[in-house]
Each structure stands twice: as structure tokens, then as C-alpha cells.
Design a protein around this ligand. Structure first.
Ligand SMILES: [Zn+2]
Length: 328
């Protein structure tokens, strides 16, 4: 493992960690206010969240990967010190999640990885120096996105992004052109000097696709979250604005016949981070804001113990094979 490359990854994925008026946006791909979803309150969300719902959910491991723990977990946090966590390579997954709605179609939460990363890396969107910085030699494709799309007959109703970091747009070359794409407010507009490094790659992943449509959040009248949307107007799929990891980070809740599922995105990467309530490290733009968003999601899960929590890059023990965090 190239330590310098891994360190660069931390900087690259952190991107907006150095938000300022200088620098560039994460992508030059167009982004515009959208109209998917009706603004609701978190009281509305929590009234229906535990009722059985109509959405079928499936999570795929697009790839296994390894990145520095200091990016995934704030190792300066007292909890991390108490547990003796140190920096080092941490095994993680790159996921994509499938939401099947009975009338609205099949949506993806994030995009996994494109097939070319395994079969034709020279021509993958993530290639060259960025691939090196992303520690791509440790990235092993398990379920490429093109294979999934082919099984679906190319019918994808939309992509719901948790945020626009490269490891979440990395499946976009395999998504059919014309598929609607949804992001949180301001996600594509935040500026950072480090975006200079990833912007060309992000643009390449999104090339030929429609403009990003920004979810129309309004202030949560119940005061728990930055904003809450009922995406399809039937209370089956919800978006929760969770700024911090990036300005436009979004979590999603889907109501399935077996109970609610939360897709937390990178507001929490790791199982250890969730279990200990510790925000991400270098990969996060605003640690304080990220910590606050993580707290609100954990409180939601405490109030609704049936909530099946799916994190950004690792599985919680009760939802699948634990990956855990190596102690040193
Ligand atoms: Zn990520």
C-alpha cells in the first residue's frame, strides 16, 4: 500500500474539507433546483416510519476497498483514544443500494463501481493519478454496476446520491444516459481547492448524463433535521438532509414490508463510528456539522429500534457480516 497515495486519498475525498471562496466545485456538470419530493416535518416522517411499507430494498457490495482509518474516523475524538484506535488501512466496501417502488420504478442510492474498473482500467472514469491516489490497487470489484443494470433491462428510474464523492459516483459510466440524478442542496456548488484534483474525474463519471437535480428541502418544522422530504408523496421513501460530510449530504429512509431501512451515506462510514457516535476523520468537510448530523440519525435509530441502518462503507453487525475495525 502506498502511504503517500493513501494520504492523498484522504485529501482528495475530503475535498470540501477546505471549503472556501477559492477553489473549484466538485464537478462542472450542471446542477439545478429540482422538484422531486414534498417538504414535510420529521414528525410526519416518524409517524409513519415503523409502518410496513411497499419498497423492496437490496444492498450490493460493488467493491471491496481499503483506505486510511484516519479518513473514516476522527481519531482525535476522546472515544477513539479510549478505544486505542490508531491509523492504518481499514477494509471497507463501496455499495450501491436498490430501492424497488411498486409504481415509481427502481431507484439506486449511490452507484457502486463501473465494470471498466475491473475489465478495462485504462479507460475507466477513475484512472491514472486519481486511481493511484485512491489506492485503486486495493479496490476489488465484486458486483459491477453494468451487470446490475443489464439484469434490470436498463430500466433505472433514478439515482439518489448521498453525496458526490468519487466513490459514490464511480458507477455512473454504467448508468443509462437520461436517468434522472438527484443530489442534496449545494452539493455540486461547494468550492474547494482540493476539488482541483478530483474534478476532472468526477466530470468524466457524469459525462453525457442529465443535469443533477437538487432535492428541494425546506427547514424541518419539527426542528430535528436540516430538512425532510417525502420523495414520492406516499411516505414510502424519505430524504433527510444531513449536511457536514459534504454540504449537500443526504440520508434516505425506505419503508419495506419488514420495516424501515436507513441509508446513512458517509455521515457515518464505519460500524465503529456508528456504535460509538464518532464522526468521520479527514474525509469529512465539516466535522462539527457532521457530528451533529450523525447524532440526529443515531437518535432517530434509538427512537425507532426496528430501523435497519446501512452505513456508508461498512455493515453493522446486526445487518450482515461485521467488518469491524482493527484495533492496534
Ligand atoms: Zn464514501
Amino acid at each position: 500500500m502506498k502511504v503517500t497515495a493513501a494520504a492523498t486519498l484522504g485529501l482528495a475525498l475530503a475535498g470540501a474539507a477546505y471549503v472556501s471562496t477559492v477553489g473549484v466545485t466538485v464537478t462542472s456538470h450542471p446542477s439545478a433546483p429540482g422538484d422531486l419530493g414534498a417538504a414535510r416535518s420529521s414528525d410526519d416522517l416518524e409517524r409513519s416510519i415503523d409502518l410496513p411499507g411497499p419498497v423492496q430494498v437490496e444492498t450490493f457490495v460493488g467493491a471491496d476497498w481499503e483506505v486510511p482509518r484516519s479518513g473514516l474516523i476522527n481519531l482525535e475524538h476522546a472515544e477513539a483514544k479510549r478505544d486505542g484506535l490508531t491509523d492504518g488501512p481499514e477494509p471497507i466496501h463501496i455499495y450501491f443500494h436498490v430501492l424497488r417502488h411498486p409504481t415509481k420504478g427502481t431507484f439506486l442510492v449511490d452507484t457502486g463501481v463501473e465494470r471498466a474498473l475491473a475489465t478495462d482500467p485504462e479507460n475507466a472514469a477513475i484512472r491514472g493519478v486519481v486511481a493511484e491516489a485512491m489506492n485503486a490497487e486495493k479496490l476489488h470489484v465484486k458486483n459491477d454496476t453494468r451487470s446490475f443494470v443489464e439484469r434490470e433491462g436498463g430500466q433505472i428510474a433514478g439515482v439518489l446520491f448521498t453525496h458526490l464523492h468519487l466513490d459514490h459516483v464511480s458507477g455512473m459510466p454504467d448508468i443509462p444516459k437520461g436517468t434522472p440524478l438527484f443530489t442534496g442542496p449545494g452539493e455540486a456548488a461547494a468550492r474547494s481547492g482540493l476539488n482541483l484534483f478530483v474534478r476532472g474525474t468526477t466530470d468524466r463519471a457524469l459525462e453525457g448524463h442529465v443535469a443533477l437535480s437538487e432535492l428541494p428541502f425546506q427547514v424541518d418544522a419539527s426542528g430535528r433535521f436540516a430538512g425532510v422530504l417525502d420523495l414520492f408523496g406516499d411516505e414510502s421513501v424519505w430524504a433527510i438532509w444531513t449536511p457536514g460530510h459534504t454540504p449537500g449530504s443526504v440520508a434516505y429512509v425506505a419503508r419495506t414490508p419488514d420495516g424501515p431501512v436507513l441509508f446513512a451515506g458517509d455521515t457515518c462510514h464505519t460500524s465503529w463510528g456508528w456504535e460509538h457516535g464518532v464522526e468521520p476523520g479527514d474525509f469529512t468537510a465539516d466535522q462539527q456539522e457532521n457530528a451533529a448530523s450523525l447524532r440526529t440519525l443515531r437518535e432517530l435509530a434509538e427512537r425507532h429500534p426496528k430501523l435497519d441502518v446501512r452505513l456508508g462503507h461498512q455493515e453493522l453487525a446486526h445487518t450482515g457480516a461485521p467488518t469491524g475495525v482493527a484495533h492496534r
